[in-house]
Design a binder for this molecule. Structure first.
Ligand SMILES: C[S@@+](CC[C@H](N)C(=O)[O-])C[C@H]1O[C@@H](n2cnc3c(N)ncnc32)[C@H](O)[C@@H]1O
Length: 250
């Protein structure tokens, strides 16, 4: 298995990757969401704005979370168009989003020339934040789309994944390995996966466990180191620092 981690801005790095070289793209971009007002979006630390109780875990802030919805849609369309070029025909993209940005992401998928296939629901369980007087927001969404007609795979993986967030996450927006691994269900054996927003390296860990080759891009050098340590099987504290070697269960 080859795992390649590239430091840089997605808009600069993707054009350097070869055409038709990956089978799937798992993308978890900054959501540019959170709060009720524009000031919440542009002025608040990412580690705090998605949490009601400040930042008790000491997570690092992450980049690229300040676009308004129009800018966000355009930016997503730019990197999605490049993902289409890098995808083999019949391959697919899976893009994480929340309820606010869902329309923008679907529109960007279409603008990027991909064929919208549907939504996968990540049910974060009742452990997710409750808000008094409101339906509990315990879902995030994965918009998935193919490059041309989808390559047919055996099986019919479920479109709802029920899994709570990790207790020892090292990134404010870290996804559970189990959820990302499920999204890889349609990748052919020995295939290659691209993650343009590596973060703490969840997709790399899932690919390694599934025996898939992997290419990841991340703008923050410290997160590249966090991802490398996770791939190597080290246990990290919530700020991403090394604790002790231990293989992560998938
Ligand atoms: C939502 S997080 C990804 C979390 C990841 N899925 C995980 O489980 O750890 C988005 C990541 O994209 C990175 N990022 C933001 N803007 C970027 C850009 N223009 N190019 C590359 N990476 C970027 C951020 O630093 C952040 O780590």
């Amino acid at each position: 298995v080859t795992l390649t981690l590239i430091h840089g801005d997605v808009l600069h790095v993707l054009p350097t990757l070869p055409e038709a070289s990956v089978d799937a793209v798992i993308a978890d971009p900054p959501y540019s969401s959170g709060g009720m007002f524009r000031a919440d979006r542009v002025g608040r630390d990412t580690a705090k704005k998605y949490m009601h109780s400040g930042n008790p875990r000491g997570w690092r802030s992450f980049a690229g979370d300040t676009r308004d919805q129009l800018g966000y849609e355009r930016w997503c369309a730019m990197w999605l168009a490049d993902c289409r070029r890098i995808l083999r025909r019949g391959g697919y993209v899976a893009v994480f989003t929340d309820w606010r940005q869902l329309p923008a992401v679907v529109s960007a998928i279409n603008a990027g020339g991909l064929i919208y296939r549907g939504l996968i629901v990540w049910d974060k369980t009742e452990a997710a934040r409750p808000q008094l007087g409101m339906f509990r927001a315990h879902s995030e969404f994965v918009v998935w789309a193919s490059h041309g007609p989808l390559r047919r795979s055996p099986g019919c993986p479920p479109g709802v994944i029920r899994c709570r967030r990790g207790e020892s996450d090292t990134h404010a927006a870290q996804k559970p390995v189990e959820v990302v691994s499920h999204l890889l269900s349609l990748v052919p054996p020995g295939g290659t996966v691209l993650d343009p927003f590596l973060g703490s390296g969840t997709t790399a860990v899932a690919c390694r466990a599934r025996g898939l080759d992997f290419v990841g891009v991340e703008i923050d050098t410290e997160l590249i180191e966090t991802a490398r340590a996770r791939i190597d099987g080290h246990q990290l504290d919530r700020g991403g620092a090394l604790l002790q070697p231990a293989l992560e269960a998938v």
